[in-house]
Design a protein around this ligand. Structure first.
Ligand code: PLP
Length: 388
């Protein structure tokens, strides 16, 4: 078989491996899913059924997406992200993932370096590798709630650096990068002619005093920022595979050259779902958010009881947290997660899946019903009592 170095260098994903293993057991308590477990709101489903009945969904759309959808996206960007956009600065994509892949392909050449503050969403690292780029992993500052380490990022820049790629709010740490540090990232990008490829998948899920800030709202950065958004998390639309990119028109023209061979266009039925999501009541988003607040508080309370096993910082956003495993047990986070699965029937994600600085941690997801959190922690309490 002929297998490219591009894919050959990519290791099996620890996330998918844990999902596969979890399926071998009955009655597993899942804290490993980063996907909403609630269904897509009814008004969105109904609008798509209507669009299908009216024969609107059988063909391709414009490769950049339906004009009506892009107009709604422009309104949303203005209202919620304070970005002054127009429809030629938008491409509708097959989830944020396709948008991110097209953004990376349009930005870097083989052997270019991309700085990724880690731990980070592992797909970002894989996408840089697939584009034959070199991921440069710069640790986040765990002592400061996994904040961006501006000085370390500056030090990592070389003549080969083309981009910095990150998500805020963060998967896996739940950090919401502050406006101040994001502005510093903007300054670094301007001074070093770098592109910031930003993933704002969890933009609506912030807690307590944390506020999400979109760097694309700063007009001076318009040539330096590509932002990727998605309907997946906001409206519980994982399976619809629909997201969008915002960037400067000139950049969008180039990204479209990668988007077309990857997708032609986003699924048209899903584009109608996205129109309904944006035009309809936003109450569902607040309902999801308030559930995550309760679930986060519950998870933190239950983690407090296990304070001889885990140390953690409270997540400020997303629906994920990244506790540190105390003692030697976490040196191999894959074995730690596998033991939890086989012996306590609790599915978690090993921290190593998010880069080397993720070792000694597990990722826990609280986008699950509260009963699932209680079931998982009841089992973990018994398990850790036995395995002190
Ligand atoms: C940070 C981040 N970006 C993107 C995605 C996937 O988004 P989409 O379903 O829109 O491709 C995920 C899913 O877990 C994620 O955590």
């Amino acid at each position: 078989m002929n297998i490219s170095n591009r894919v050959n260098q990519i290791k099996k994903s620890a996330i998918h491996e844990m999902t596969r293993l979890s399926k071998q057991y009955d009655d597993v308590a899942f804290l490993s899913w980063a996907k909403p477990t609630t269904g897509t709101p009814k008004h969105i489903n109904d609008a798509v059924i209507e669009a299908i009945r009216n024969g609107k969904t059988g063909g391709y759309s414009q490769s950049e997406g339906l004009p009506e959808l892009r107009e709604e996206i422009v309104k949303k960007l203005k209202r919620d992200n304070h970005i002054d956009a127009n429809t030629s600065q938008i491409i509708v994509t097959v989830g944020a993932i396709e948008g991110l892949a097209a953004s990376v392909l349009a930005t870097i050449d083989p052997d270019d370096e991309v700085i990724l503050p880690t731990p980070t969403y592992s797909t970002h690292i894989t996408q840089v590798r697939l584009a034959s780029g070199i991921p440069v992993l710069v640790p986040l500052n765990e002592d400061n709630n996994f904040a961006l380490d501006i000085e370390a990022i500056k030090k990592a820049i070389t003549p080969k650096t083309k981009a910095i790629m990150f998500c805020t709010p963060s998967n896996p740490t739940g950090t919401v990068f502050s406006e101040k540090t994001l502005r510093e990232m903007g300054k670094i990008a301007l001074e070093n002619h770098l592109t910031l490829i930003i993933d704002e998948a969890y933009e609506y899920f912030t807690f307590d005093t944390a506020k999400h800030f979109s760097l694309a709202s700063i007009p001076e950065l318009k040539k330096n920022v590509i932002t990727n958004y998605t309907f997946t998390k906001t409206y519980a639309m994982t399976g619809w595979r629909i997201g969008y990119i915002h960037a400067d028109e000139e950049m969008i023209t180039q990204i479209k050259k990668a988007h077309i061979p990857l997708a032609i266009c986003a699924p048209v039925a899903s584009q109608y779902a996205a129109i309904a999501a944006l035009k309809g009541s936003q109450e569902c988003v607040e309902i999801f958010r308030s559930h995550y607040v309760k679930a986060k508080n519950l998870m933190c309370e239950r983690l407090d009881i296990l304070d001889s096993v885990f140390e953690y910082t409270k997540p400020e956003g997303s629906y994920l947290m990244f506790p540190k495993i105390l003692g030697n047990q976490g040196n191999d986070s894959i074995t730690f997660s596998k033991n939890l699965l086989t012996e306590a029937k609790v599915s978690t994600t090993p921290g190593i899946a998010f880069g080397p600085t993720g070792e000694n941690h597990i990722r826990l997801s609280f986008c699950v019903p509260e009963e699932m959190i209680n079931k998982a922690f009841d089992r973990m309490e018994i398990y850790f009592r036995k395995n002190k």
